[in-house]
Design a protein around this ligand. Structure first.
Ligand SMILES: NC(=O)c1ccc[n+]([C@@H]2O[C@H](COP(=O)([O-])OP(=O)(O)OC[C@H]3O[C@@H](n4cnc5c(N)ncnc54)[C@H](O)[C@@H]3O)[C@@H](O)[C@H]2O)c1
Length: 440
């Protein structure tokens, strides 16, 4: 059954500009991957927009179109990338330093990578203590810096000929800060920009510039960035979709796959110890306690909302949850994440599960950047604005409306995402009730 589409959806005409903040491991892996896919050297593994299908109607109808055919998404071929960084290296040099890709893949993508030269960044060492950038914008106030970013967006549109732009924060994790008065209203925030308020971080200045330019913004790191009442209000006012925080990859992805299973089977959990070693620049930045605190907050919240100890005291009331990240240079981008999970079942008998995930952070994150760019552009063209909770699927610490707790269960997130697509395209949501197949 179909129904009237709730919103008008503009066609994806012309090119889509994707402005990445940070030209490090993830961003360069995105650029190299896109080039490899376009040239037919690989397939878009890990990308729901490119490889996913969506069921429409009853199971008996066998109607499972590809998502990218069902929803009018921009084509990958029509994407143009730009990036900001605090170092002047082009994307090829940055990719080489990041050490994610082997020589064959790096050299094959060299022409595409070399073309991307970063724009000067808005940066403040107070917010990322482990880095000392040299390629940085100068301005008398934070307002002036925001205006320079707005100019960058305008120039990119003119020089590349893109008709629409999205922005994704793929830059280093900033020091943890809870929201304060300056983040509460648009007026406070704008006054803060004029006064260069110390609690306005670079990621917030980028988010402000994006929203003011009508550009959707996704935050791939755990720092607040766009997750403040002031910027949410601004996004609603300017009719701009926003989402975040912190790409859901690696260990947390595993947590949000496993924990819903334990909860579903009423298996108790009394201990979950997670530790990671990684040796890339992200690991170096997270070695600073301030940046780690942002990450820790983001990683810890996941289990509580999935297991809901307040509703399941006997099963999860005594859960000890610990997350550690250690910077260990020999590993580079090839992170290793261990989990020890202490669970218990019938009659309280204890059992243990050990996970040793030899993952690759940027390989897991790159397809998320592609999907977010395409879905955010689609959201904008579908007249959606403000927080896009249906994109929680991509984040460790999803942004939600005030008063709601975030949904962390990956499978509920997937259902929500697909039902949102069905709804926007005028199709019935799928409830899995099954009354159409049985006498109920
Ligand atoms: N890879 C993953 O699986 C994953 C998962 C979740 C979140 N993240 C987050 O994504 C972000 C990027 O990860 P990465 O592995 O690419 O890190 P990276 O250190 O390789 O790259 C980050 C880049 O951002 C640049 N940068 C720092 N501050 C900047 C600023 N103010 N403006 C512009 N550029 C700036 C740095 O110079 C660096 O080149 C990190 O915050 C990381 O915590 C990564």
């Amino acid at each position: 059954m179909t129904h009237e589409k709730p919103h008008k959806i503009e066609a994806a005409e012309g090119k889509l500009g994707v402005m990445l903040v940070g030209l490090g491991a993830i961003s360069t892996t995105v650029i190299a991957g896109l080039d490899a896919i376009k040239a037919g050297r690989t397939k878009p593994f890990g990308s729901l927009t490119q490889m996913g299908t969506i069921r429409l109607g009853k199971r008996t109808e066998h109607n499972n179109p590809a998502i990218k055919e069902f929803v009018p998404l921009a084509n990958m071929e029509d994407m143009e990338i730009a990036a900001w960084d605090i170092f002047e290296d082009d994307a090829y040099t940055a990719a080489k330093k990041a050490g994610v890709l082997n020589v064959t893949d790096l050299e094959a993508a060299r022409p595409a990578l070399e073309k991307i030269k970063p724009l000067k960044a808005v940066f403040d060492r107070e917010w990322v203590k482990k880095l000392d950038g040299t390629y940085i914008k100068q301005g008398n106030t934070k307002r002036e810096l925001a205006n320079q970013l707005i100019e960058d967006i305008e120039n990119f549109k003119k020089t590349s000929g893109v008709t629409r732009v999205v922005m994704i924060w793929c830059a280093s994790t900033e020091v943890f800060t809870p929201p304060e008065e300056v983040h509460k209203t648009i007026a406070n925030f704008e006054k803060g920009l004029d006064d260069s308020h110390v609690k306005i971080s670079p990621s917030m200045i980028y988010a402000y510039a994006a929203i003011k330019s009508g550009v959707p913004y996704a935050n791939g790191a755990p720092n607040l960035a766009v997750d403040t009442p002031a910027l949410q209000e601004l996004a609603n006012e300017h009719r701009v979709p926003i989402c975040g925080k912190d790409f859901k990859t690696g260990q947390t992805l595993m947590k949000t796959i496993l924990a819903p299973g334990f909860r579903s089977r009423m298996l108790g959990v009394n201990g979950w110890f997670s530790t990671n070693i990684l040796g890339n620049r992200d690991g170096e930045v997270l070695d600073d306690p301030g940046s780690f605190k942002s990450k820790e907050e983001s990683k810890l919240s996941v289990l509580d909302t999935i297991l809901q100890p307040e509703l399941n005291k006997d099963l999860y009331g005594d859960l000890y949850h610990k997350v550690r990240i250690n910077y260990y240079p020999p590993r580079g981008d090839a992170k290793e994440g261990w989990d020890n999970i202490d669970i218990f079942g019938w009659m309280g008998y204890p059992m243990q599960i050990k996970i040793d995930f030899l993952c690759r952070d940027s390989i897991l994150a790159a397809p998320l950047v592609l999907d977010l760019a395409l879905f955010l552009d689609f959201a904008k063209r579908s007249e959606l604005r403000g927080i896009q909770e249906w994109l929680s699927y991509y984040f460790k610490s999803p942004m939600v409306a005030e008063g709601l707790y975030p949904e962390h269960n990956l499978f509920i997130q997937e259902m929500k995402l697909k039902n949102t697509l069905r709804y926007l395209m005028g199709e019935e949501p799928i409830t899995h009730l099954g009354t159409e197949y049985y006498n109920m």
